[in-house]
Design a protein around this ligand. Structure first.
Ligand code: DX5
Ligand code: ZN
Length: 215
């Protein structure tokens, strides 16, 4: 079954707790939390205090996507706020091996994300250490951008790498996921679909989630 992780970036931030409950009731498996620092990406969203506040509203798996520099500085804070999985970027400054080790030491699942312009060779050294790879199909920073199809081969490349190396690895895709692009990614072997604007523009996202579960 394809895992569905709606991106809360497209939710109404004035009622994030209620929006989280809406996502959970619609049948979502995880909630994707986009953390931006205004440095790694040209936008700022929210951090540990907001995640801690919304954690009280739901037990859904919190899939945190850290678009921040030097993420090791904040792993403890995001873990303590209630994240279940934490994904860092291979392009971020600082000790990425250390950040991954810290996420694992906290007992959480660790993910590694890769930007559209980055070659897969940049993430290879980290793959033995992570549980998930998040393939970006837009330039990170904003919701509602168009899917970059050139990134799709990274999905199949990562699945093949995992098979060859006998490693259990989930592959997730993030950016421009909709009715059509979701199928392209599932055909390439993706395990997790992250979607923001496509799902949140619906009054009821349950049918779309159900359809993706069945892909
Ligand atoms: C972009 C974020 C995405 C974003 C996706 O930087 O990582 O998670 O919310 O939004 P859509 O699905 O609208 O492209
Ligand atoms: Zn994201």
């Amino acid at each position: 079954m394809t895992i569905v992780s709606p991106s809360m970036l497209s939710a109404d931030f004035s009622k994030l707790g209620e929006e989280l409950v809406r996502v959970e009731r619609a049948g979502a498996d995880w909630a994707h939390l986009d953390v931006m620092d205004g440095d790694f990406v040209p936008n700022i969203t929210f951090g540990p205090p907001v995640i801690k506040a919304i954690r009280k509203h739901s037990d859904i798996t919190f899939d945190a996507h850290l678009m921040i520099q030097d993420p090791i500085r904040y792993i403890d804070a995001f873990a303590d706020a209630g994240c279940d999985m934490i994904t860092v970027h291979c392009e971020a400054e600082g000790d990425i091996h250390g950040a991954i080790a810290k996420i694992k030491a906290k007992g959480l699942k660790a993910g590694l994300s890769i930007n559209p312009e980055t070659d897969v060779s940049a993430m290879e050294e980290y793959l033995p250490e992570v549980d998930l790879v998040l393939v970006m199909t837009v330039h990170p920073g904003f919701g509602g951008q168009s899917f970059i199809a050139d990134c799709v081969p990274k999905i199949s490349w990562t699945k093949e790498w995992a098979k060859k190396n006998g490693k259990e690895l989930l592959v997730s895709v993030d950016g421009g996921i909709n009715k059509d692009t979701s199928k392209v990614c599932v055909d390439a072997g993706v395990d997790v679909l992250v979607a923001g604007s496509y799902l949140f523009k619906m009054d009821d996202m349950s049918a779309a989630i159900e359809e993706w579960h069945g892909l």
